[in-house]
Design a protein around this ligand. Sequence first.
Ligand SMILES: [Zn+2]
Ligand SMILES: [Zn+2]
Length: 301
Amino acid sequence: MKPSKSSKLHKYIKDLEDENSDLKTQLMEAQAIIASLHQENHALSKRLNSYKGNAIFDSACTFITNQGFSTQCENCYQDIQSENLESHLSLCLSMITHCSACNEPLLIMKPSENYENIIKNDTNALLLADMNFTYIESHMINEKGNIDDMMIDIEKNNIQKLDLRLAHGASIEEKTCDSNKNSLLHIAAKMGKREMIQYILSKGLDINTRNEFGETALHVACGKVKDLSMIKFLVSKGADIEICNSIGDTCVEVAQRNSFHEAILYFQRRSVGKTRLLGSSIGFRNSQKKISMVETKNELL
Ligand SMILES: [Zn+2]
Ligand SMILES: [Zn+2]
């Protein structure tokens, strides 16, 4: 019996489906090979990087570069095979920019469908994606850090790092997240970091900036910290000794509350030197008031 037209068509469709499924299998196999090659490539480039700095390796690299096998891309600073450089560069310029703060090469594009398509279809883009560049936005967020990172910088006296954070968008007016809401200046005063204070002031933070309880850095130095040299330093930088915290205490009164006698004496001597009036440590606040009255009188005269 002759096969009908319809059964012929069915057979044809069946053959096509089989062929399609074969092709799918082949494609999957090819993708698996590409993925493993990628992994191998990545591992090799990691190993290669670990050799950098080794004199023999470096001189071999120079030799290869001089021979024209690879050239450093001026945009992303990666060694690129010379014959690929031109095509690499046009793509590199469209995908990689530099951080305005630290000049690190960074990926412009965010991961998106479009980006995924580009790296799927372009070997050069695939290479760039493999070089582990950071995206510009995540770089800015990472480098900026948070108040805890800034506190660590202050603790380690790392002015350079703090400077980089500010260049990446951190604010010198950042405050701690606890109920004290201390400024960087309060933190630096607490830790006794003078260079840091100098730097923070140079970045424009007011020396009399206050925390949630109305305290200045000077109040902090007069309190539990009891740091006389810090008090002297802050005063020399223009800290106002008259400012009251939210319970109405000046820094002298904070020193009195903490039985910080050296500080009380220092403030007394300062006032005496300024006005030639003697104040006793008891009732010092009253003498302070008298002093300021005398000062006002003198100013008027
Ligand atoms: Zn490049
Ligand atoms: Zn940067």
